[in-house]
Design a protein around this ligand. Structure first.
Ligand code: ADP
Ligand code: MG
Length: 747
């Protein structure tokens, strides 16, 4: 009790992550494996887990860990909720950020703890209980409070964030993470659904669960590799002492993590290797973050190493209250995994968070909703008042007495009624007038038509006006229905007696929690106090005191042995994980070398450079990205502009070809923009080159076919210069020559 005070004052600014441990019962298969029984023992009163090593001798001390609470195989879902989760949800409803995450090996009950069996009230997990809690709280709160509840559901699979509420979840692209100084890290474009009741939010959960199941061929395989995050935002507006409405925003993250067991990484290649490297990336990053935070000395916390740690940044060492539920299996064959989970959980206890109430944040959606509702209401009221005033004018005109005294005092309903009456009266009057016009025998047909048309138009206007008002009303009502008013929208069916029972249960849970805290504190104190009394009145007393002391030293010695063994264990584990990391690194290096080999040998350097030049690093996303080929903004302008060489022609054309066209060239190649060139074989001196020409002729068969063969040599000419000499047999060879010649000529 005396110790309580400093703890309380400490919780104001910072509080540690609450860690609870739950052990599931042995399942049938494990029971049939042998009589060994479970290796996990729990002391519920002290919140301790005692782990027995099935391979060690009986004399070896067992490992003991102390947590905020422990739940054994007989524990009920309700116990865990009332004792460990309820206070957190209450905080979220008061405007704090809250996170609950379940951590443990696959098959130890993470999903059972978080979701449970929905249909059995005894087995409903944390999430459905939290839904009940939130909406019951709203229904029981005072009517001056307004609430807006939103839910989102996402999963992180292979380091990609996927929206589970997106209708085409299967094909949807991965979402990006963004950071905002006010609300921290968030997921861009994540669907969020406004929920007005337990039923609606359960529906959201079901939709997400189905998307998760459809995406995965083997659900168990999938769930042991993906993290599921269900996010609930509760915004509450309440008039403050200054008369203004203040908004508090509580964000709740309900996280079902992937299985923590080590995935085998050996012998896998390609896609599977990439997958294996990513599977535990988030989890090992989470481990590193927890270690860095628990250590307290490291200045750098590697939040940016994975999507999960970025999303949980506030929950680990930031502005949030966090509860971690570590789940264990009691089977002896999973001793190593169980020990790892317990160590992980033990480390997480040391993380300090700095939770604070999120008061009046700029991005509160509730504020936007309130403003929009107020705007719509003002518009609607304005319309109705206008109609009402018109009616009064009409009434005044007919009955001759303007009755003004009810102005401003009338209730909204009366205004609405009067507005409706006005529309009805107006319609009737227009109908009467139309009838009069039709029956008037002295009026000309044209005049009648014109007046009738006018009345028709007035009638149309009136209807349009009415329709607009109706639309506005519908919009207003839809907006307003999204907000929950304390004690109004949701009917609470529990009677007084049940409420009392619930309250008592919560009190008992609170009491148990406090008792456990005190017990733990006493245990710590007992260990630390040194025997101060050194003067003894009798020999007997001295013996007693020294025996006590001796016992204490023995206890301390045992503890020392435990700690030594622990250090050895932790060292072994580090070595093991380092070896694994090295192995992964080696395999990734091999893969990288292989890729390099492909690039060096099969991709032309200029292509490689082109690709390299397009790469840019996105620090926000922490990855390399391709820039688009054409910058987006200049794309349209580039497309529109025609190169000057193409003006007046179908396509860009060389100077030489233009001249050729102007000279009336052969039409066959005009479209191709091809020039016809023959080799310039003019010898510098015809007389001395007689024999060499002969050998050249043999080497170049085209010359043999050339129509100018008989002239011996000819000058280089374009096809347009020799239109008459071109034959079909020569065109192939000449074309080949032209391809290389054209650009040069164009210069
Ligand atoms: P995880 O999500 O950790 O992989 P599950 O929640 O799917 O594990 O649990 C595996 C199995 O164990 C399920 O059939 C579940 O019903 C059962 N189970 C888990 N925890 C408990 C518990 N505390 N009490 C009874 N059954 C449990
Ligand atoms: Mg699961």
């Amino acid at each position: 009790m005396i110790q309580k005070k400093p703890v309380m004052s400490k919780t104001k600014s910072s509080e540690s992550v609450k860690v609870v441990v739950r052990c599931r019962p042995l399942n049938r298969k494990e029971e049939s494996n042998g009589p060994a029984g479970g290796i996990v023992q729990m002391d519920l009163r002290l919140g301790q887990v005692i782990l027995r090593n099935p391979r060690a001798s009986a004399s070896e001390p067992q490992k003991t860990f102390t947590f905020d609470a422990v739940y054994d195989a007989n524990s009920k879902q309700r116990d865990l909720y009332d004792e460990s989760v309820r206070p957190l949800i209450d905080s979220v409803l008061a405007g704090f950020n809250g996170t609950i995450f379940a951590y443990g090996q696959t098959g130890t009950g993470k999903t059972y703890t978080m979701q449970g069996a929905w249909l059995d009230p005894e087995k409903r997990g944390v999430i459905p209980n939290a839904f009940d809690h939130i909406f019951t709280h709203i229904s029981r709160s005072q009517s001056d409070k307004q609430y807006l509840v939103r839910a989102s559901y996402l999963e992180i699979y292979l380091e990609e964030v996927r929206d589970l509420l997106d209708p085409n979840h299967g094909n949807a692209r991965a979402l990006e993470l963004r950071e905002n100084p006010e609300s921290g890290v968030y997921v861009r474009d994540l669907t969020s659904c406004v929920c007005k009741s337990i039923k609606e939010i359960e529906e959201v959960m079901n939709v997400g669960n189905q998307a998760r199941a459809v995406g995965a061929t083997d659900m168990n395989e999938h769930s042991s590799r993906s993290h599921a995050l269900f996010l609930i935002t509760v915004e509450c507006s309440q008039p403050g002492p200054d008369g203004r409405k203040h908004i508090r925003v509580g964000r709740l993250n309900l996280v079902d993590l992937a299985g923590s067991e080590r995935q085998a990484k050996t012998g896998v290649q390609g896609e599977r290797l990439k997958e294996a490297a990513k599977i535990n990336l988030s989890l090992s990053a989470l481990g590193n973050v927890i270690s860095a935070l628990a250590d307290g000395r490291s200045s750098h916390v590697p939040y940016r190493d994975s999507k999960l740690t970025r999303l949980l940044q506030d929950s680990l060492g930031g502005n949030a209250k966090t509860v971690m539920v570590a789940t264990l299996g009691p089977a002896p064959q999973h001793y190593d995994e169980t020990l790892t989970t317990l160590r992980y959980a033990n480390r997480a206890k040391n993380i300090q968070n700095q939770p604070r109430v999120n008061e009046d944040p700029k991005d509160a959606l509730l504020r936007e909703f309130q403003l929009e509702i107020a705007r719509l209401r003002a518009q609607l009221n304005h319309r109705k008042w206008r109609s009402k005033q018109k009616k009064e004018q009409v009434d005044g005109g007919w009955e001759g007495d303007g009755d003004e005294e009810t102005e401003g005092e009338e209730g909204e309903e009366e205004v609405e009624k009067e507005a409706e009456e006005y529309v009805k009266l107006q319609e009737q009057q227009l109908e009467r007038e139309k009838q009069d016009i039709r029956e008037d025998q002295f009026m000309l047909a044209d005049e009648k038509q014109r007046l009738l048309g006018e009345k028709e138009r007035m009638m149309g206007d009136l209807r349009k006006e009415q329709e607009a008002t109706e639309q506005l009303t519908a919009k207003y009502k839809a907006m307003e229905s999204k907000l929950l008013v304390g004690g109004k929208n949701i009917t609470d069916h529990t009677n007084e007696q049940q409420k009392m029972l619930e309250m008592k249960r919560h009190e008992i849970a609170e009491q148990t929690r406090r008792e456990r805290e005190i017990q733990q504190q006493m245990l710590v104190q007992d260990d630390e106090t040194v025997e101060l009394r050194e003067t003894f009145t009798s020999l007997q007393q001295e013996v007693e005191a020294k025996t006590k002391k001796l016992k204490k030293y023995l206890k301390l010695y045992a503890k020392l042995q435990c700690i030594k063994a622990e250090i050895q264990d932790v060292n072994d584990e580090h070595v093991r994980s380092r070896q694994e990391l090295e192995q992964t690194q080696n395999e990734l290096t091999r893969e990288l070398k292989f890729k390099y080999l492909i690039i060096e040998n099969f991709i032309p350097p200029e292509e490689k450079n082109k690709i390299m030049n397009r790469l840019t690093f996105d620090p926000e996303e922490d990855q390399w990205k391709f820039q688009p080929l054409v910058p987006a903004e200049s794309k349209s302008s580039q497309m529109k502009k025609r190169p000057s060489s193409a003006v007046g022609y179908k396509r860009p054309i060389s100077q030489y070809a233009r001249v050729a066209i102007a000279m009336g060239a052969h039409s066959r190649y005009r479209a191709e923009n091809i020039m016809f060139l023959e080799l310039d074989m003019t010898p510098p001196n015809t007389a001395t080159l007689d024999c060499s020409t002969k050998s050249e002729r043999n080497q170049i068969p085209s010359l043999d076919n050339s129509p100018t063969k008989d002239s011996g040599v000819c000058k280089s000419r374009s096809w347009c210069q020799t239109p008459k000499s071109i034959t079909s047999s020569s065109s192939n060879v000449s074309l080949a020559a032209c391809h290389t010649a054209t650009p040069m000529t164009a210069q």
